[in-house]
Design a protein around this ligand. Structure first.
Ligand code: MN
Length: 738
């Protein structure tokens, strides 16, 4: 192999890559056995051979990238040999001749699975469109279901790509940076990888706002000396006292990340110099065993607060209740030397390691320890699985729900039995109820917090004791979505409402069948379509729903029957002859959009090349792996094959006329006031044009009136007509769309 490789790499390059590889092995956080080292070495040889033809944009051999990713995986994230080997191989299947089967044979099932997961992620479409990113994000999270190591290695891959993006075109840099900020940094945060999250954010800023980034970097460098002097001063004051108590500590200063300083400047509209907490002081102490950790932390706390004034509102106790990411520490803000407020973070070496390494360190300490608290990430992953398994329809909403959880700060509340529940800041009693159990959430009637009855939208505070009261007749309402914050509660409520909506739709369908029979009309596609037209509804689902809720009454249905007779029925009733259903004149259906599933939802799609369906054709959707939904004709020669082999990837589809879809418009109307002008306007909209008016509000300002109306319309020509007719009303001078 070596002789062959000489054709591809210079001797210097070979030396450099072997050195990089050795460095990767020796920097691994977890101790490696000889066998494990051999596995990693083999992965390295295979990857080196596979990538021999490739070079990165910078010109260096490609293999340096997988080595660097594996080093992040092993040293910074602290994962074991399986992950390190997988990281070395992560780009082989996508970019070279190596197959998953080959990896399975050579490295076993686990590594093959992980690399397969990583290959799938690579194939997700790349786009700066938020909705595509959202969908990708969901698919990414789905891979957590398989193995969380896939995500961890992907994060490492992204970090190295961000570190080496300089030779890329600018538009790519920007796309990758924004995606990183949007997806990968929150994920890293949630998985407890603080260092990596910080690096990802800082690097993203470098490409999304280079000027601001440069400014902060320069100013941080300039002020580094002052900072160091300040920390020395602080050290001098506290070190002696800490030693007197027999404490073994390391004291260091830590500037806040570039990105967090940037955010603060933006949020408060201040300059770099005005951000007062540019850095924090860390006191890392040795503890002989885990039982004494907390006691020692409080000893340090009392020494520090003895020496300096402190702000009792800025004490954060994450000792007893670690954050759900596993972070543990005691933070206090004190009035330090030079009368400057400074945050002091007190942590044991163990806590520090967890803060730096996150996930992996947790497991290291969990093993063999009996009473280390349950890892928050596990809990989060379980909840995530729960949400993913829920029939979730709107990806953007889903993403928002999840992202909300990713970054929110935490509170800790108690059940009546004294169990601690961690929830994001701002969570209400209803979130708590859903956390306890879905059934409890769905039937929450009232709640008691600290023995006082509170409303369901009551926002919880740390330390609250919460008791939920349920009732079998209670059920979720739309409004509940406004008073819940956690992804878990929101997805459960949405699933329930959707289910309930489905029941109304089914009910409406049955009612409509019955009523049509009474009216001597056939219940078939043709009638349904005419009804849709008549009531101006985009989908049959809307029709059934409105019948189900009673919004479409018997009277309305009779009006429909009358309208049909006008066109085709007169003779029929007179002569008792059966008339054929006739198309209504001027009502040619203008199919221009495809909707999917029984809920008739809108997704992105493309038309299959094999049969190229035309508007109005009977169709179905096929969910492809790489190209989203492809639409085929039902008569497509491929249809039978697809339906029999990939039934689970088939989704019902149909053409609709999207011009029947309504949208809400707000108009601003201004003019000279006169009696009756408001009623003239509303009469025009509701009676003459028969549009659906939703809101009207007018003010009189000394003979001049100004107001707003909200109207549901179907298309821009309706809008134009409405604006024109409004202007014709006497007194109206100006009409604008808002
Ligand atoms: Mn890669």
């Amino acid at each position: 192999m070596q002789t062959d490789l000489m054709k591809y790499y210079t001797p210097e390059e070979q030396k450099a890559m072997d050195r990089a590889f050795k460095e990767l092995v020796s920097s691994a956080y977890q101790p490696l056995s000889r066998k494990e080292k051999a596995l990693i070495k083999k992965a390295y040889e295979v990857a080196k051979e596979a990538h021999k033809n490739q070079r990165r944009k910078s010109g260096e051999p490609y293999i340096f990238h997988p080595i660097a990713v594996a080093r992040i995986v092993g040293a910074e994230i602290g994962l074991g040999p399986t992950s390190i080997a997988s990281a070395l191989l992560h780009d082989t299947v996508e970019d070279t001749d190596i197959t998953i089967d080959f990896l399975r044979r050579e490295f076993g099932e686990k590594i093959a699975q992980i690399v397969d997961g990583l290959t799938k992620i690579k194939k997700l479409p790349k786009d700066s469109d938020l909705s595509i990113q959202a969908e990708n994000f969901r698919k990414l999270l789905l891979t957590i279901n398989e193995d969380v190591r896939v995500i961890l290695i992907k994060i490492a891959d992204r970090l190295h790509n961000m570190q080496t993006m300089d030779s890329m075109p600018k538009y790519k840099q920007e796309r990758i940076a924004s995606e990183t900020l949007y997806i990968y940094a929150p994920l890293a945060h949630r998985l407890g990888l603080y260092n990596i999250k910080t690096q990802l954010e800082d690097l993203s800023l470098k490409y999304t706002d280079p000027e601001a980034y440069e400014e902060i970097v320069t100013k941080l460098e300039k002020s580094a000396k002052d900072r160091q002097q300040y920390i020395e001063k602080f050290k001098k004051i506290v070190e002696g006292r800490l030693r007197e108590e027999g404490l073994d500590v390391a004291i260091e200063g830590r500037p806040k990340s570039i990105y967090s300083i940037y955010k603060k400047m933006k949020k408060k509209g201040v300059s770099f110099e005005e951000v007062y907490d540019i850095f924090a002081i860390r006191i890392i102490y040795k503890s002989p065993d885990i039982k004494q950790e907390k006691k020692l932390a409080w000893t340090i706390f009392s020494i520090i607060t003895d020496l300096f004034k402190y702000n009792p509102n800025r004490v954060r106790n994450w000792l007893d209740q670690p954050r759900s990411t596993g972070y543990q520490a005691l933070h206090v803000t004190v009035l330090g030397p030079e009368n400057k407020w400074v945050e002091v973070q007190i942590r044991s070496e163990r806590m520090h390691e967890i803060a730096e390494k996150g996930y992996a360190a947790h497991y290291k300490y969990k093993q063999g320890k009996d009473e280390v608290q349950e890892m928050g990430v596990d809990r989060w992953l379980n909840q995530l699985r729960d949400i993913l398994n829920n029939p979730q329809t709107d990806t953007m909403e889903f993403l928002d729900d999840i992202r909300l959880d990713l970054y929110s700060e935490e509170i800790h509340v108690l059940t009546p039995k004294g169990d601690v529940v961690s929830l994001p800041k701002g969570a209400t009693v209803l979130d708590f109820a859903f956390y306890i159990h879905t059934d409890v959430g769905l039937h929450t009637r009232a709640a008691e917090v600290n023995n006082r009855i509170v409303p369901l939208n009551y926002v919880l505070n740390s330390g609250d004791v919460v008791h939920i009261m349920t009732s079998p007749t209670q059920k979720p309402k739309f409004q509940w979505l406004n008073i819940t914050k956690t992804g878990r509660a929101r997805s459960k409520i949405k699933a329930f409402l959707r289910q309930e909506e489905n029941e109304i739709v089914e009910e409406g369908k049955a009612v409509l069948q019955r009523k049509l029979r009474h009216l001597k009309l056939k219940y078939n596609d043709d009638t349904i379509q005419k009804l849709q037209k008549f009531f101006k509804l985009p989908t049959s689902r809307d029709l059934f729903y409105k019948v189900g809720t009673g919004e479409i009454t018997n009277e309305n249905l009779k009006a429909f029957v009358d309208s049909q007779r006008l066109f085709s029925g007169l003779f029929k009733t007179r002569w008792g002859r059966k008339a054929k259903p006739q198309p209504i004149e001027g009502e040619a259906v203008n199919y221009d959009l495809i909707v999917f599933g029984k809920d008739e939802q809108r997704f992105d799609y493309s038309l299959a090349n094999c049969c190229t369906p035309l508007p109005g054709d009977e169709i179905f959707g096929f969910i492809t792996i790489n190209e989203g939904i492809k639409v085929h004709k039902k008569t497509c020669p491929n249809a039978i094959h697809l339906q029999s082999r990939f039934a689970h990837r088939i989704i019902p589809a149909k053409w609709i006329d999207s011009s029947q879809q309504e949208f809400k418009v707000r108009l601003k109307v201004r003019g000279a006031d006169r009696p009756g002008i408001v009623s003239d306007i509303s009469r025009l909209i509701t009676l003459e044009l028969k549009y659906d008016m939703r809101d009207i509000e007018f003010h009189d300002l000394n003979g001049v009136f100004e107001g707003e109306v909200a109207v549901y319309l179907k298309n821009t020509s309706q809008l134009k007509e409405l604006m024109l007719k409004l202007k014709e009303i006497e007194g109206v001078e100006k009409v604008e769309k808002l």
